[in-house]
Design a protein around this ligand. Sequence first.
Ligand code: SAM
Length: 288
Amino acid sequence: MSTHREVSGHYGTGDLLSRLNAALAKDGLDPDHLSVGALAQYDQFHGRGLEATVEVADLVHVTASDHLLDIGSGIGGPARYFANRFGCRVTGIDLTPEFCDVARHFTQRLHLDDRITFEVGDALAMPFANRSFDGAYSMNVSMNIADKGAFYREILRVLKPGGWLVLSEVAKGEGAELDYPAPWARSASTSFLATPEETRRDLLEAGFDIVRLHSTLEETLAAGARARALAERGGKPPRRAAALMDREIAAQAMANSSRGFSEGRIIPIEVLARKPSQVSLGAEHDPA
Ligand SMILES: C[S@@+](CC[C@H](N)C(=O)[O-])C[C@H]1O[C@@H](n2cnc3c(N)ncnc32)[C@H](O)[C@@H]1O
């Protein structure tokens, strides 16, 4: 099986919308009166959920006239957050057709479909013209992408000069390899983690300037401790996005990743990078 088919097979379970609707009903949410905030428990499919999305958005300046790109947009939670907070346009692209269908469904239900669109596609060959977007972000996606250089060059291509990129990713730490399944991969065959230093190098080689690259391990461990304390008191998990995962592997995948973080085998990182305003004439990957 090709890596792409394996990746989208990992995420697409075939019954996602009905499972989500059932979860919303069980939690007493009226499907006809959803809000971006209420849905955020379910649609932010990355470490620390909405908290991490807010952090990513706080790193950049966005205006209502901006057009943003969400790479690996999942079921659209981060895209709806950005469009709702800033009034901007967002285009999402994702490899998993079922995720794009569910993303469109909830975006229509929240009446944001005039500003947000989702396309099924590969982040390594995006169907967008050079210099299309004012900014781009990608949350918990690069772990599935082997060729990071090609990934970053493709993002650079579609950004306008001076455009920003924020990554919120899981990097390789020290020590033993991670145990699988992980939330993003059933086995090592679709998991491609880079260290923070490799991430820095690959972005620089692609042509980005790096404004900031830092670990969010402390915040991740604190969020995990809060969730465990809540569970011990019999409360509902603060984020129910784990329900997006295949039930057969969800509990083991979450346990493996939280052990990986606490043992330093994996490190959550946030990166703010920028495409230079003046791209040198010889830059091969920015032919526009
Ligand atoms: C853990 S989910 C994160 C979804 C979303 N960014 C979020 O935070 O809610 C990873 C997503 O990356 C997508 N993905 C993985 N490899 C991709 C690729 N080569 N091109 C586009 N999307 C990809 C998957 O289909 C999946 O939706």
